[in-house]
Design a protein. Structure first.
Lengths: 332, 451
């Protein structure tokens, strides 16, 4: 088969030349374009339908709910306009929960990025059984969050947990890990335990750093730390930015470890230690324990807007420090 | 503008089509929700019902049996309040729904979503009203007060949940006198016993002195206040008052119980999550549970032989009350689609083979008086427990609960406020004030919605 016999390749020069659709071959070009469009829409439509059905639809419904006192069952619910949003602004429990979620994000995101990057640097070195180490360090990230949460709950139980068993062995009295002030550290540990996810992404980024740059730095007499700081980190910065943004979005919405540490019933979610009563636990309690669908929906919309603002701010403040390794020739 | 044949769809048209697809998908998902929701197998007559229950309420074998005997196809949906609300909202509720009569009955009845079952009971030859135990009155609601008016459901079995079990071997070891099996001790004596019975090592509790948390904290505090001679709710059930002398007495006792850490509480959760496994493992000297726990205790004759059931404690100078805090059973939504078939399953579940099986197992007192002789009385220890339970029935009463707020909502607020007092950070008076403020706000919202 010659090149001319391949329809798509044969058509391309005419399209680029901009000869229009009127002259010879125009009909087949239109049909080809239509076919391409159809293919595009066919492939994207499951996502778009899913997006409309499972994202836009529920979001619009939640927005409508946020203007009501709807509780799902009572006959006399009513529209309250911005009443739920006004109440939210003056609700100290909401602000405390948001503050705890923010603090958790500020602590857990940098810690997990640093931990993940350190592990990535470690397993990027020429170690013996490197593949095994990479697998072992990544394994915790593969454990389903429910399993991980339950394991931690058992490990840190005051009366029956292995952690206190070890402490007792050394003659130290048992600690109520799942109560304040220790409970927040247990939750932090569950997050750090799964740093293998970040390790894998950082490792991919590290392997993309050109070896010549490291060699040049070494020839120039740069120390290992200086090379890491001035060569590796800048080249990893887009990866780190990605991890910071997705990590921030995920951490303010963290709910699973707290839910699992609690008595996971609608009423039980408020029985967790106060330091772990974060924003999404508050939303969960408002929806499912108190039946305040309207107020809880307002809480979710406010969180959505806050996340958008925080994401925008992260992009704004990091624009000068994130280095995108774009080939200038590719732009031409 | 019309698109010519063969032209690609415009973006606007494409999005409109996608939206249409999404809507159709939503409708399809809604339509198939029930058939994918639970386990089901074929029945004979073509009638079918959906039951929302906990999966251990009714075994797959019993469902098979029901389908065979009644010819009704039964689909079981896992009990879940959010799913129930979704099903009620879209007008396609289950035909029978599990509920805690002592707390759920007024809530659903006041919102007009529960069917008045009086006409069904009047016609029934299996569930005769004169055979119904008074415990079923927790499922009655007259529009204001629980315990009176039409029946909206029925309890599958019941217990007088303020009673408590105790382990005589633990009492012997600690040198504590056994509580009487006929005369109640006071709550203060109960707590003193718990303090002497608790065992700790290296900061860990190895044996709980006693557990007293009720079916949940909300109903426990309601009942403790009644036992102190008062009422937690105002006459119209639209407010609570934790500052009344009786409620304060109840609150003080419970906070003291939690502070002593002799038993599980919000600040000392039980790793087993509930008393049953801990008591049977010989790691709990007293457990504030009623007769129903006997089902689990009797399964281990070693523990059963050293266990006793004692009457509900009283407060000094307070009345002797022994109410049912749960009365777990079922109700029928007003918009149920297959009410007649649902009633036949209801009669079978509450009056026939499953009811007899429950009575014989000792998992609660049967709610039909005629089934009471089936309660386990073969062994000496079973006879002893039966006797104590029979004597306690004389003190049964219904402690009415508010129709305005679901118990989960009250419980969630109590859980949030209580630990500070249990940890000694705030006084009982401050706690009472905070509870009033949080719960009354929620009750006010609930009252507005009921209308």
């Amino acid at each position: 088969m010659t090149v001319d016999q391949i329809p798509e390749v044969a058509e391309r020069p005419r399209a680029v030349a901009g000869t229009g659709a009127v002259r010879s071959g125009g009909g087949s070009r239109t049909s080809m374009t239509a076919r391409r469009h159809r293919a595009f829409y066919m492939f994207t439509s499951p996502w778009i339908i899913g997006f409309l059905l499972l994202t836009i639809g529920p979001m619009a419904y939640a927005l409508w709910l946020s203007f009501t006192t709807f509780d799902g069952i009572s006959p006399n619910w009513r529209y309250v306009g911005l009443g739920n949003y006004q109440e939210l602004l003056s609700d100290p429990v909401t602000w405390d929960a948001l503050g705890r979620a923010g603090l958790f994000a500020i602590t857990s995101v940098p810690l997990s990025i640093i931990a993940g990057m350190m592990l990535a640097v470690l397993v990027n070195r020429p170690l013996k059984a490197r593949g095994l180490w990479r697998t072992l360090l990544y394994l915790p990230a593969v454990v389903p969050p429910v399993g991980a949460g339950l394991i931690f709950k058992q490990l840190f139980n005051r009366d029956s947990g292995a952690t206190n068993g070890v402490l007792n062995f050394f003659g130290i009295d048992a600690i109520a890990w799942l109560d304040d002030p220790y409970a927040r550290y247990v939750i932090l540990m569950t997050v750090l335990w799964a740093a293998g996810n970040i390790m894998i992404i950082s490792l991919a980024g590290l392997q993309d750093v050109p070896r010549e740059l490291h060699e040049a730095a070494r020839i120039d007499g740069a120390s290992a730390w200086r090379t890491f700081r001035s060569v590796t980190v800048p080249l990893l910065s887009p990866v780190l930015l990605f991890q910071a943004v997705t990590g921030m979005i995920a951490s303010v919405q963290t709910i699973m470890p707290m839910l699992l540490a609690a008595n996971a019933t609608p009423a039980g979610v408020t029985s967790i230690p106060q330091s772990n009563y974060m924003y999404m636990m508050h939303v969960f309690a408002q929806y499912f324990a108190l039946g305040r669908y309207g107020y809880a929906s307002a809480l979710l919309w406010v969180l959505f807007v806050l996340i958008l603002i925080a994401t925008g701010l992260i992009f704004k403040f990091t624009s000068g420090v994130v280095f995108y390794n774009v080939d200038p020739e590719a732009k031409k | 503008m019309h698109a010519h044949p063969g032209a690609p769809p415009s973006r606007r048209r494409f999005l409109a089509l996608s939206a249409g697809g999404a809507a159709a998908g939503a409708a399809a998902l809604s339509g198939c929700a029930l058939s994918t929701a639970g386990a089901a197998s074929g029945g004979g007559s073509g009638e079918s019902i959906t039951m929302m229950v906990k999966l251990d309420d009714i075994s797959p074998e019993l469902i098979q049996q029901a389908q065979k005997e009644l010819g009704i196809r039964i689909t079981v949906v896992q009990d879940d309040i959010t799913r129930l609300i979704a099903m009620l909202t879209n007008g396609n509720p289950p035909d029978l729904v599990r509920g805690l009569g002592a707390m759920d009955a007024p809530y659903f009845a006041a919102r007009g979503v529960a069917e008045d079952l009086d006409p069904y009971f009047a016609k029934s030859t299996i569930l005769k009203t004169d055979d119904l135990d008074p415990a079923n009155d927790v499922w009655r609601f007259d529009g204001t007060t629980q315990g009176k008016g039409p029946r909206y459901g029925m309890a599958k079995d019941f217990s007088q949940d303020a009673m408590f079990w105790y382990n005589t071997a633990r009492f012997d070891k600690a040198g504590v006198d056994y509580p009487s099996e006929t005369e109640p001790i006071t709550y203060e004596e109960w707590l003193e016993n718990a303090k002497r019975l608790v065992q700790r090592k290296n900061g860990q509790t190895t044996v709980y002195g006693g557990s007293y948390n009720g079916v949940n904290l909300t109903i426990l505090l309601t009942n403790l206040t009644a036992a102190a001679g008062g009422s937690l709710f105002s006459d119209d059930f639209s407010r609570v008052d934790f500052t009344s002398p009786e409620a304060r007495k109840a609150l003080t006792w419970y906070v003291e119980y939690a502070k002593t850490k002799t038993g599980p509480s919000l600040i000392q959760p039980n790793p087993d999550t509930w008393d049953g496994p801990t008591y049977v493992a010989n790691r709990m000297a007293m457990s504030g549970n009623g007769y129903w726990l006997g089902g689990m205790i009797n399964a281990d004759p070693k523990i059963a032989k050293i266990s006793r059931l004692a009457p509900a404690p009283v407060f000094e100078g307070g009345p002797r009350l022994s109410s049912c805090q749960a009365g777990t059973g079922m109700w029928m939504p007003k918009k149920a689609r297959n009410k007649d078939a649902a009633w036949r399953v209801f009669e079978w579940f509450f009056g026939e083979a499953p009811a007899k099986g429950r009575a014989e197992g000792g998992w609660g007192i049967p709610t039909l008086k005629s089934l009471r002789p089936l309660m386990p009385q073969k062994e000496d220890y079973q006879k002893r427990v039966f006797k104590a339970q029979e004597a306690e029935l004389k003190h049964f009463s219904v402690t009415p609960f508010t129709p305005y707020v679901k118990w989960d909502g009250m419980e969630a607020l109590i859980n949030q406020v209580m630990p500070a007092a249990m940890n000694g950070q705030i006084s009982v008076d401050t706690l009472a004030g905070r509870l009033n403020s949080a719960l009354n706000e929620q009750l006010k919202r609930g009252k507005e919605q009921v209308g």
